[in-house]
Design a protein around this ligand. Sequence first.
Ligand SMILES: [Zn+2]
Length: 380
Amino acid sequence: MSDLPLAVAISRLPHGADLPLPDYATAGSAGLDLVAAIEGEITLAPGERRLVPAGIAIALPAGYEAQLRPRSGLAARHGVTLVNSPGTIDADYRGEIQAILINLGDAPFCLRRGERMAQLSDAQIERYARHLILDEVGEAGQEKLLAARVLVVGAGGLGSPLLLYLAAAGIGTLGIVDDDDVDLSNLQRQVIHGEDWVGRPKVASAGSAIARINPEIRVEPHHTRLTAANAAELVQRYDLVADGSDNFATRFLLTDACHLYGRTLVSAALLRFDAQLSTFKSHLGPPHPCYRCLFPAPPPPGLVPRCEEAGILGALAGTAGTLQATEVLKEVLGLGDSLSGSLLIYDALGTEFRKIRIPRDPACPLCGAEATIHDLSGHR
Ligand SMILES: [Zn+2]
């Protein structure tokens, strides 16, 4: 059922005639709300079950079947759930849609005429069920994820878990920037790629893995290196940027581009047995710092070794990239405490997480009052 919305003929029955006819589909909810077509109200005692009419009849196309799901809020708040078995409604069914509600709570539950009690669902509701049941995410949150456009720079050690989890979570559009081909030495940590992709572009390999996990995600492959010439345009095409690159040139270029063009940057870096993670929103002004508040300029070439010279414990990339994916989802959903203003340091050998504050530097060359960086011309 990937071609949503599905056109289904819905008709109101006489006893539900005054109730609103449900909207069929939105980006995040492909289901159909069912409201209680009862007289006045009913009360379900603890443990009681009741067949509740929805006042509608539907005609599903041949070959389809639908399931009833509890409204997440109804189930979570009141302990009321549905007891319908899957597959009760199929293309041959022409009767009234009814829900069997059971009160699993220890208090009586009152249901009034017109209240939403269940949803007729298809695959999307099932796929994201564990998000929908979280009050902090719910359908509104899942809609935000599905509407979000996230750019992931680098389909390597960090980019692998980032892309896998963002795709699984339903981030609707994923841009991937990477000019590399898959190499056998990548497979020790870059878990999005398989051995059968060695020698072929990482963006294509990542796109194929994403399609296997969640075919409804739109992947926009950018088989190129991020440069001063393309960074502004690429960054502006997305709502949020996740830096999974492995070099200072790209990290500083993204820092500048995200600040100048007003995008939140979720950043991570790896070396040997250590990882660092932060979120930068300096475009929003004080108190948010930028990466240059911490490191005003790139270190001289050769001072800090790259991953290929210094090595990295493979699973560390998974830890850091997964933390990064979590922060991206939090930013899109507006949940919890943002990492902006903090640097998370993970010491894998000591099994220690530390969070230190990053103050905004008033003399920062990018976000300070006397900033000297106003475009990307300082980058190659
Ligand atoms: Zn700054």
